[in-house]
Write a protein that binds this ligand. Structure first.
Ligand code: NDP
Length: 333
């Protein structure tokens, strides 16, 4: 029987995860059964939401089990198949375990076309993060031409696409990110109108007011915490806040010290709503079609941070919390 390299969750992290919370091991590859495919992993997506699955708190998705493989969205090549739908040589995307090679039922896999876009794009712009940006902004943010959109986590996988869609829809777009280099990328590569470095801005509330002379109509929140408090103080009447993510508090061990939002929402008749991308699962094909169209037309651009090597998956995941990525963080095997 052959074996494959595997990464298991060893400990439930306390605070910020560490490489020692993961266990590098080997596991057996069993015999291929009817309806299954044998996959060789090519690209692994690492995502902030995986942090939530490492804790055992109840959530919209089940926690990882200790001493079992971690899983995330991946792209793989089919090396053997006993499926009628998916064939040897095909490329697929799906929720896969952190293994170099694995057997899996073909049912939950989507075949992807490497001639239409680079394989890694199916984990970002044409995958979960692109769809999150698209539906989060268009369906939850309800943007109107001429309004002002603020995006936090703006230089990341979701944020960089949100801001560009905002520009396509005719909004004044302001991005918040953690370095001057990222702010430059937002303005000069992705066409944002303004960018704010939250690490160097002396007063975030004033910096946002300056970048948004007409106030904030839509806030697409990827980070939560104090950055979001500062945006909240600039919200307009009837504004909408889209709660997409809150990475600044994912590793907190104590309750965050954020402001109470209720008085602000009342004063501004403002709404705030969370969502998860699976809420829009029936519309995903429509979202992919629109993102592909904008990509082909050159209206949408994307960037990726690609790390090499199976053994670097945990570190790539940890680096999300230190802002070491621009655009989608991916590991190539
Ligand atoms: P990103 O590519 O944006 O990577 C994470 C980024 O977060 C880092 O690059 C860093 O950028 C920023 N960051 C890290 N720590 C902090 C902090 N303490 N304060 C402020 N910013 C911080 O990840 P994604 O685009 O994949 O995800 C963005 C957000 O969207 C996450 O919160 C994620 O959980 C959420 N999400 C939600 C989904 C949903 O269905 N609701 C689906 C997908 C993602 P910087 O250098 O600017 O600090």
């Amino acid at each position: 029987m052959s074996t494959t390299k595997t990464i298991n969750l060893k400990n439930r992290p306390k605070g910020k995860p560490e490489v020692s919370d993961f266990d590098f091991t080997t596991s057996d590859i069993l015999e291929l059964q009817q309806g299954e495919v044998l996959l060789r992993t090519k690209y692994v997506s690492v995502d902030p939401y995986l942090r939530g699955r490492m804790s055992d708190a109840p959530s919209y998705i089940s926690p990882f089990e200790l001493n079992k493989p971690v899983e995330s969205n991946c792209i793989a090549e089919v090396v053997a198949s006993k499926s009628d739908r998916i064939h040897t040589g095909d490329h697929v995307s799906g929720m896969l375990q952190w293994k170099e090679t694995q057997l899996i039922k073909a049912d939950g896999l989507r075949t992807i076309d490497p001639d239409k876009a680079p394989l890694s794009a199916y984990l970002g712009i044409l995958g979960m993060t692109g769809l999150t940006a698209y539906f989060g902004l268009t369906e939850m943010g309800k943007p109107k031409k001429g309004e002002t959109l603020v995006v936090s986590g703006a230089a990341g996988a979701v944020g960089s696409i949100v801001g560009q869609i905002g520009k396509i829809l005719g909004l004044h777009v302001v991005g918040i990110a953690g370095t001057d280099e990222k702010v430059g990328m937002l303005k000069f590569e992705f066409g944002f109108d303004e960018g704010i470095n939250y690490n160097t801005a002396e007063n975030m509330t004033k910096a946002i007011a300056k970048a948004c002379p007409n106030g904030v109509d839509v806030y697409f929140d990827n980070v939560g915490g104090e950055i979001s408090d500062a945006v909240l103080l600039n919200l307009n009447k009837f504004s909408r806040t889209v709660n997409c993510g809150a990475i600044s508090v994912y590793n907190n061990t104590e309750a965050p010290k954020s402001m109470s939002v209720r008085p602000f929402l009342i004063k501004k008749s403002s709404s705030m709503q969370g969502f998860v991308i699976s809420d829009f699962v029936e519309k995903h094909p429509q979202g992919i079609a629109k993102l592909s169209e904008w990509l082909m037309e050159g209206k949408l651009h994307y960037t990726e941070t690609i790390r090499d090597g199976f053994e670097n998956i945990p570190q790539a995941f940890l680096d999300l919390f230190d802002g070491k990525n621009k655009g989608k963080m991916i590991v190539k095997l």
